[in-house]
Ligand binder design. Structure first.
Ligand code: BV8
Length: 243
């Protein structure tokens, strides 16, 4: 695609870029997005129903099977050119805050630093009772148990209906109000409160650039809509900068 000159200038001149990524940035790494039809055994399940406290309390073994399936997919995945372009971008701009809704760890695998995991991390285990990260649990059971209290462990992600952890939330809110460019990449802008971060940036005068395959609720508020695969558009955008 040919990237509008205004979008190139906005990135070139930005002092603080806020990047918000969604599952679309990992799609070209083979990690299905949330709205992709789930495959195989999981085809009959709705992720929005499985990623909830009720689903876990109702059938923890089923939810653990789903997360183990996703962990295997993510563990096999490698960062794509979109992830790598964001690493390059962080070296080019004076300040970059990368907030991801993804839990797959691919930004870190690509070399991004200080990644703000807004919805937690797929590979972490947390004690359901004590709400602490647990690293030494036996994994070879349907529902791993906390070695300290014996209660069930859960994946270290934020489920629907759960609050975003304080630190990532504070970091993201502060950065969204200070940035001068907000770059939305591969997200349907449908999940809150992540979807509200762009509004915060815009209300503080930031330019909005959206990279997506389709229109989203953010599209009409964006100054530039780069329609295409993030694994292609982001490297092309970086190649237009005087690196
Ligand atoms: C909360 C971890 C309250 C788990 C996830 C208003 C305000 C606040 C809350 C709400 C609200 N309205 C509704 C809510 C409730 C809810 C919500 O937003 N529901 C939605 C469905 C309407 N929000 C919550 O429950 C949040 N919690 O508000 O708590 C509270 C407050 C205090 C005290 C107690 C409670 C928590 C939300 C977090 C949920 N957890 N993930 C897990 O992974 O298992 S969210 C999960 O879904 C993903 O992490 C991801 O963030 C999200 C899906 O969004 P996307 O990433 O955008 O992915 P999606 O598939 O939707 O879209 C992919 C996009 O990529 C598409 O647009 C596609 O076109 C594009 N694409 C595809 N390929 C490419 C591409 N683009 C570029 N290149 C490509 N190659």
């Amino acid at each position: 695609m040919s990237i509008p000159r205004g979008a190139i200038s906005a990135v070139r001149d930005a002092q603080h870029v806020f990047v918000l990524t969604g599952s679309g940035v990992s799609a070209e790494s083979g990690v299905p997005t949330f709205r992709d039809a789930q495959s195989g055994l999981w085809a009959k399940y709705d992720p929005l129903q499985l990623a909830t406290p009720d689903a876990f309390l109702n059938d923890p073994a089923l939810v653990w099977r789903w997360y183990r399936w996703r962990r295997e997919l993510a563990a096999r995945a490698t960062p794509n050119p979109g992830h790598l372009a964001l690493v390059r971008l962080a070296r080019f701009v004076p300040q970059l805050t990368l907030v991801t809704q993804n839990v797959d760890g691919l930004h870190q695998k690509a070399g991004s630093r200080d990644v703000v995991e807004f919805h937690g991390n797929l590979f972490e285990n947390r004690c359901l009772n004590e709400n602490v990260i647990v690293t030494d649990a036996a994994e070879c059971v349907d529902v791993p148990l906390c070695p300290d209290c014996g209660g069930p462990l859960r994946p270290g992600v934020v489920w629907f209906g759960e609050a975003i952890p304080a630190k990532p939330l504070e970091t993201a809110i502060a950065a969204s109000s200070q940035c001068d460019l907000f770059l939305s990449v591969g997200t349907s802008s449908a999940v809150w409160p992540a979807a509200g971060l762009a509004d915060s940036a815009a209300s503080n005068g930031a330019s909005i650039i959206e990279i997506n395959l389709e229109a989203t609720p953010l599209t009409s508020d964006s100054h530039y809509n780069l329609v295409g695969k993030s694994g292609e558009v982001l490297p092309e955008l970086l190649d237009c900068l005087p690196l």
